[in-house]
Design a binder for this molecule. Structure first.
Ligand SMILES: Cc1ncc(COP(=O)(O)O)c(C=O)c1O
Length: 487
């Protein structure tokens, strides 16, 4: 544990210091509500939700106790898991205090856990379950593919058919290669950019998340892929200009999410990405749009919605209908590095890169389910949903930031332009809201993240708005969340 990251640890007395609970590990592994070690930007006029510290600590303890009481089977399984899996799982973001519940079955927008509790799923597997659970077209495609055999050690048509569908969708992508995850896609895109430019440094943004080895939360991560990074502030062109002035000729690429996802659903300001592209191009720096999450903003991703053409794009999550997936692509010129016929010298391996399950599910998802109209409607529904949540949140100095069908609820009221603006958020607000929503049968990420799937109905969205209103009024009625006077 680095000194900087240990500064994030939450103690039951409400201070942040050394400690060992799952909540503490979560606060270190994730961010959103948990950007506590960062410096607040001097110009920030953000207000923070106000808690009664003693009442909040008691309520967190009570929430964890009640959670445990309701889930004896999950508790038992967590104990078994902890013996063979360090931390009890292989996906740290799924940690819940006191232990994560276990899903027994999932269908549409519903999860049922092993204790028989039912949740309406507003997390949508951190965007990967955009199609909802068990979509019949994906199931059929997977079963058909399995009927023809798998682990071929040879090519099938499915690989180039999916590539064609993706190249047609994303305006800046002429050619594409598949990986098994978004992390791998970003590692490959960065490595390609370094190869093509002959430069070594990588410009990234505070709060950016590009995978398990490319995580730029507060204090950095001991598990970062060993590239030479130049860190800038999101939505701050001044910090980009300074980085380019100082390091421009050594920077191979800038990697940017069109909206910070794990960093708190903070969208790029309207001209930020356009000017970033312009300045990077002038300095010979390639720009990689990490669209692993934001590609859902339209059929052609955030880049199509914004009318911008990055040099390279990385993809992942839902595009293969929930199967393990990643991809990176860009201009034929850049991608020629992998084509020996065009003088390319790079090879790119991966036993499962072209696995038939992913390729076939991806074809079904792109050709049958993810059409432009559906994605546009989801975007609009998400915008309207966020506005309704904000009506509930604003009186308590809270807000949901986001774009389209993805949002994060913060214990702060904007303007929020970068994770630094969330430095004063009390992590207990998020913890309590998470548990009070769960008690009402709504599942979101612990860090307040919500991603709507196509399976979530208008009635379910309305139910969530009511559940949030109830959760917030229960917190105020219990004297935990204190509305500011006159609000
Ligand atoms: C923006 C972004 N990039 C990359 C990744 C990594 O993708 P994967 O988890 O498939 O490795 C994620 C995962 O959450 C992400 O949100």
């Amino acid at each position: 544990m680095s000194e900087a990251s240990s500064a994030l640890r939450y103690r039951p007395d409400g201070e942040y210091g050394a400690g060992e609970s799952t909540f503490e590990r979560f606060a270190t592994a994730s961010f959103g509500w948990q950007t506590l070690a960062m410096t607040e930007s001097p110009e920030s006029s953000v207000r923070f939700a106000h808690l009664d510290g003693v009442a909040a600590d008691e309520a967190v303890t009570a929430a964890h106790h009640s959670y445990r009481q309701q889930r004896p089977r999950s508790a038992k399984q967590a104990e078994v898991a902890g013996r063979v899996l360090p931390g009890g799982s292989t996906r740290s973001v799924l940690d819940i205090d006191p232990f994560p519940f276990r899903v027994a079955s999932a269908d549409g927008a519903q999860l049922v856990d092993v204790d028989g509790l039912t949740y309406t799923d507003f997390l949508g597997d951190y965007t990967a379950a955009l199609l909802g659970h068990n979509p019949p077209a994906i199931r059929r495609a997977v079963v058909d593919a399995l009927d023809r055999g798998w682990s071929l050690g040879a090519l099938s048509n499915a690989e180039h058919e999916l590539a064609e569908l993706l190249c047609q969708r994303f305006p800046s992508v002429d050619q594409i290669r598949f990986t098994n995850s978004g992390t791998e896609a970003n590692l490959m895109a960065i490595s390609l950019a370094r190869h093509q430019t002959g430069r070594q440094k990588v410009l990234v943004f505070d709060g950016g998340y590009h995978g398990g080895l490319l995580h730029f939360g507060p204090g950095g991560s001991p598990l970062q892929a060993p590239f030479d990074y130049v860190r800038c502030r999101y939505n701050d062109l001044g910090s980009v200009a300074a980085a380019l002035n100082e390091h421009g000729p050594q920077i191979a690429c800038a990697v940017v999410e069109p909206m910070l996802g794990a960093g708190g659903c903070i969208p790029a300001r309207s001209d930020f990405l356009m000017l970033l592209l312009r300045r990077c191009r002038a300095a010979g720096v390639l720009v990689v749009f990490d669209e692993v999450m934001t590609s859902r903003m339209s059929a052609g991703g955030a880049q199509e919605r914004l009318g911008l053409d990055p040099d390279l794009t990385t993809l992942g999550k839902y595009l293969a209908g929930g199967m393990t997936f990643g991809a990176f692509g860009g201009s034929a010129d850049l991608m020629s590095a992998f084509d020996p016929a065009r003088g390319g010298t790079l090879t790119h391996g991966g036993t499962f890169n072209n696995n038939v399950v992913t390729m076939s599910a991806g074809i079904a998802a792109c050709a049958q389910l993810l059409d432009a109209d559906r994605l546009d409607r989801l975007f609009d529904d998400g915008e309207a949903f966020r506005a309704r949540l904000n009506e509930q949140l604003a009186p308590l100095s809270m807000m949901a930031t986001g774009w389209g069908s993805m949002l994060t609820i913060h214990g702060a009221l904007g303007p929020i332009a970068a994770p630094h603006d969330l430095a004063g958020v009390d992590a207990r607000v998020g913890e309590l809201l998470f548990h009070r929503l769960l008690d009402r049968g709504y599942y979101i990420a612990r860090r307040g993240f919500v991603s709507l799937s196509l399976a979530v109905t208008a009635e379910q969205r309305a139910g969530f708005v009511d559940a949030l209103a109830e959760a917030l009024s229960s917190l105020t009625a219990d004297g935990i969340l204190i509305p500011l006077r006159g609000e």
